[in-house]
Design a binder for this molecule. Structure first.
Ligand SMILES: Nc1nc2c(ncn2[C@@H]2O[C@H](COP(=O)(O)OP(=O)(O)OP(=O)(O)O)[C@@H](O)[C@H]2O)c(=O)[nH]1
Ligand SMILES: [Mg+2]
Length: 338
């Protein structure tokens, strides 16, 4: 499925139905009283969070959305039918902005969360409502109230507890595959992942947390190198970042220099994101070359007070203590300590 995280749409609520001018017509009663009913209310434009959605793709193909018009009132005091509301389902993490001003109108996070974004016009009152002692036969009724319309910009920022960061090929997708039911593509070439993936990680005591795997970031991503850095927005709402490192590239590449490079790219994207807590994760420790190079790299992180965990996404080695550390961060304690 295509992953779309930005769309521009035009929404319009329903016009209110007009009130009716009508007089009772009955046999043997020459001048019946007024009996024009009220118009119906126009439909609202409503947004609701559907947890089964993970993209804004559906809206890309429906850029103009309208709620129903209220029906006009009718004779015999009949009320016009209300226009149908239009409910637009969006994935959790959708931010609704005014397309012109950029003002945030709604941040839709919790499944089932609902907001009425545009109100339908009120229905006009029928002439029956305007009878007074001096005017027993009013020949006027109210028109329905106007609809509202607006251009909106929808931006999806995925909701996850933990974000995965790293150069291409470090094993981000392999990690999410090992710890969750997510099955993104894994391959030994860069930029295998071209859209974010979410995975639910079952932890002890029936707890779970959500991990976001995003495309790899390279030097110059802020200037568009590789897939650029726009996907970083999908880890902005996480609580903690796992920064994956691959030592199997030594001596061709310097993983510590690349670790620093990636953090610089992070800061260029958002200083706030760069301040988010990180755990360094050295992957692929099942490989002899990684084991050989491990001690000095571990020392480098430890000297700087940076938490570091050696793991193998392939064999699972080292992953349980990493999950405990994530749990401590998310809930204040790992399972053993509760
Ligand atoms: N030996 C070994 N290989 C691994 C491990 N984790 C990942 N790999 C391999 O490394 C390569 C890249 O893995 P991916 O999971 O696709 O890496 P990625 O970080 O998601 O890469 P991009 O999506 O391109 O950014 C694949 O060939 C994996 O099989 C590991 O723990 N041990
Ligand atoms: Mg990947």
């Amino acid at each position: 499925m295509q992953f779309i995280d930005e769309v521009k749409i035009h929404v319009q609520s329903g016009h209110g139905g007009a009130g009716c001018v009508s007089f009772r017509r009955e046999k043997f009663i020459p001048f019946g009283g007024p009996d024009g009913g009220d118009g119906g209310k126009g439909g609202d434009i409503i947004f609701t969070v559907d947890p089964n959605l993970s993209t804004l793709m559906d809206l890309r193909y429906r850029p103009h959305l309208k709620a129903g018009r209220g029906k006009n009132g009718m004779g015999k005091d009949r009320h016009g039918a209300n226009g149908e509301d239009l409910t637009i389902p969006v994935p959790p993490g959708t931010i609704v902005k005014d397309a012109e001003t950029g003002e945030i109108l709604a941040d839709l996070i919790e499944p089932g969360q609902t907001v009425i974004l545009l109100k339908g016009g009120r229905g006009g009152q029928g002439n029956a409502r305007f009878t007074t002692s001096t005017n027993r036969a009013p020949k006027f009724a109210q028109p329905g109230e106007d609809e509202e319309e607006r251009w909106l910009r929808l931006e999806l920022k995925l909701m996850a507890d933990v974000g995965l960061l790293g150069f291409p090929n470090v094993g981000k997708s392999s990690f999410i595959t090992k710890v969750s039911a997510a099955r993104p593509k894994i391959a030994d070439y860069p930029f295998t992942t071209i859209k974010p993936n979410l995975g639910v990680v079952p932890y002890k005591n029936y707890r779970s947390f959500v991990v976001a795997d995003i495309p790899g970031i390279i030097e110059g991503a802020s200037e568009g190198a590789g897939l650029g850095h726009r996907f970083l927005k999908h880890v902005e709402r996480t609580n903690i970042l796992l920064h994956l490192i691959d030592l199997s590239w030594i001596p061709d590449r310097d993983p510590i220099r690349e670790y620093e490079t990636l953090n610089r790219e992070l800061a260029l994207f958002s200083p706030e994101l760069a301040r988010k807590e990180q755990i360094a994760v050295i992957n692929k420790i099942d490989l002899p070359v990684v084991r050989e190079n491990l001690p000095p790299v571990m020392a480098w992180f430890q000297e700087r007070g940076i938490k570091v965990f050696p793991i193998s996404a392939a064999t699972g080695e080292g992953i349980p203590p990493l999950l405990d550390e994530i749990a401590r961060h998310l809930w204040g304690a790992a399972e053993e300590e509760w």
